[in-house]
Design a protein around this ligand. Sequence first.
Ligand code: ADP
Ligand code: MG
Length: 690
Amino acid sequence: MAEQQTAAALADQLTGFLKAFKDRDGNYKYFDRINNMMATNALSLVVDYIDLDSFDPMLAKEITHKPDEYLDSFNQAVLSVLQEIHPDYEQEIRDKIRVRIGNYTVQKGLREINAELIDKLVGVSGMVVRSSEVKPLAKKIGYRCANCGTITGAELKGLVLKRPAKCPACSEKELEMDAESSVFIDFQLVRLQELPEDLPAGQLPHYVEVTVMGDLVDQCRPGDRIMLTGVIRIEQEQLAPQARTSLFRLRMEGNNIEYLGGRAGNKDTRSTDRIMISAEDERQIRTIAAKPDAYEKLIASFAPHIYGHSEIKEAILLLIVGSVTKKLQDGSTRRGDINVLLVGDPGVAKSELLKFAAKIAPRGLYTSGRGSTAAGLTAAVIRDKSGIMMLEAGAVVLGDLGLVAIDEFDKLKPEDRSALHEVMEQQTCSVAKGGIVATLNARTSILSAANPMYGKYDPYKNITENVNLPVPLLTRFDLIFIVRDMPEKEKDNLIASHILEIHKDIEHAAKPAIEIDLFSKYLAYAKHGEPALTEEAVNLIRDYYMNMRKVESEGMITVTPRQLEGLVRLATARARLLLKDRVEADDASRAIFLVEQMLRTAGVDVNTGRMDVGVLYGKPQSETSKSKTFMDVFKGLSGNDNNDVEERALVDELAKTGKFADENDARKYFEKAKREGQIYERRPGFWSKA
Ligand code: ADP
Ligand code: MG
C-alpha cells in the first residue's frame, strides 16, 4: 500500500515536471511533445536528463539508482498528461508507452560494467557488432483453464515468464495459452562491443548483450556506434538445459539509443567519430595547415620510425582523409574512398605501415588475411544461444566511414576475396543467409599489403604473375606500390642507422614533427572538408587523361576511366589533407604524379617494356596479341578441313612468327592454351581445336 502511495506521489512529481518545464525559449517542451504524440503515432517520449537535472537535481539523481520505479512512474506521468489532452490516444497506447532518457550523463565504460551495477541505469558507448531478427516477446500471457475457463495472467520478469502451475479457481493442471489476453512486444537482441579506440592495447574487447523492445527495435545496425542508456540485469547462464550453474551473465535492457556524435538520437545527425576536437585543437590544426611546409611535415609525421617510403606514406595519408562521396541525381553514388595496395618483398615494413595507419586513422581497423574469414571480413549470420538468428558484422562493416587495413592480402581465401569485390566498388556488403537478407554500409577505405608468390618480387614478370590476386580486385585499387628490397649501400646504411637509432634511444629518436594525438585529430578534422574542383585542376586531369589515351598503339591501353576517377579522388584528398576549400592545380599534378608512378611500375608490361593497364586486368596487349597469333597459326595448319595439328610443327611455326620471344616462350604459350582448354589432344602428339 505504502509502495503504491510513493509510486503515485512520484508520478505526480514527474507530471509536474512534464507540465511545468520550459526550455530556454520559454516553450513548454515536454507538454508540447506529448501534445504531438497522437499526430506522429509516437509510443515513446525522450526526456533529456539535463532538463530533469536542472529542474530538480534530487529527482534526477534518484533515477540512476531506482530506474524501474522511476521509469514506471514516468510512463504513468506521461499517460496522465496525455489523458487530459488526448484521452482516446491515451487508451490506445496505455500498455506501450515508454519514457526514454536521453543525454544521460552517468556514463560507464563497457569494461566497468559489473555486478555492482545490477538494476542501475547506466549509459555506455560501444559499437553494435551483432543484431538479431525481430521476434515477438510475450510481456503477459493469459492462461485459460481447460476445466473452468478462468484466465490467469502471467507477467514477464526479466526474460522469463512463469507459467502458473495450476488454475487458482479449480486447481486444474491443464492450462492453455489464450492469445487474446496476451500482450506481445517486438523484441531484438543486440551485442555492443567496446570501441576499438577504448580498447587497451593487446586486450580482448569486452561486450555486453542488450535487449531492445518496442520502437527501439531496428534502431541500430551492426557497425553503428551508439550511446546506449539502459538498465543492467543479471541472468543465469544456461549451459545445458536444466543444468543449475552459479555462473551468471549481465545483460542490458535498452532504454534509449543515441548515435555517437549527434546526440539528438536520429540517424541523420550522427557523426563518424567520437574524437572531440576542442577549439584549442582546431587552432593548432589550422596553424599546422597554414605553414608552407605543411604537406611535407604531415608525411614526415606518419610512422616516423620507418625510414623512407615517403610516397607510400603520402598515399596512405590521402587514403585516410579520402575524397568526397558524390550522390548522383539517380540515387547512385560515386565512391569517394581511396584504396591502396602495397606489393613487395618481405621485411620492407609493409605491415608496420599498415598497423600505424590503422592506429592513427579515425575508425581504423587492422586485420590479416591469414586469419580472416569471409564472415570476419564482411558479415555473417549466426544462431545465438537463445535460438535467435543474429547478423554479425565483420571488419569492413565495422570500419564503415573509416579504414580497414588488410595485411597478407594474398593469403585471403577465394570466397573472402570475392566478398571484397562488392565492398571495394559498391561500398556495401550484402548478406543473404539463414533468412536474413540485408545490405550493410561498408564505406571503407581498404589499405592492403601482399607478398609475392615466390618469396621475392620478380621484376621480369608482370604483377599478376607475381602476386596471387584475382585480377578484377586489382583494378579496384587507386594506387599500387611495388616495394622491392634491393641492396643499395647508401640507402641500407641510412635504414640501419635509423633502426639502430630507435633501439639506442627510444625517447629521443624519431620524434614526429606533429605529436600523434594531434595528428589523429588533424586527420579526423580534415575528413570533414568538401573542397570543390577548380577549372585548372579539371583541365590538368583532362589533358593528362587525353594524352595518355592518345599513345594507344596496337590496341594497347595506358589509362582507363577507373584511373580518371582515381585522379579526381586523389587530388580531392590532397586538398582535404591541406584543409583547402578548393582542389587546385598543384593537387591535380600531385595526383597525376602518383598515378603515373603506379602506371610506370605496376602498369608496365614487362614483355614489351611499355605501359599497358592491361597487365592490371591480367591481359596485357602482348598476351592478347599472342593469343590471336596462336589461333591464326593453328587455323593455318589445320586448314579448311580442320585436320589435327602436330605439336612439333605448331611450336616451330609459332616461334617463326616473331610474336614470341623464342621457342621456349612459344611452347609456354602452347602449354597455356592446353591448360585453358582451347585445344585438346585427339591422338598422341596431335591436337585439335576445342
Ligand atoms: P613486411 O610486412 O613488409 O614483411 P614488416 O613490416 O614486418 O615487413 O617489417 C619488418 C621489420 O623491419 C620491422 O621491424 C620494421 O620496423 C623493419 N623495417 C623494414 N624496413 C624499414 C625501414 N625502411 N625503416 C625502419 N624499419 C624498417
Ligand atoms: Mg608483413
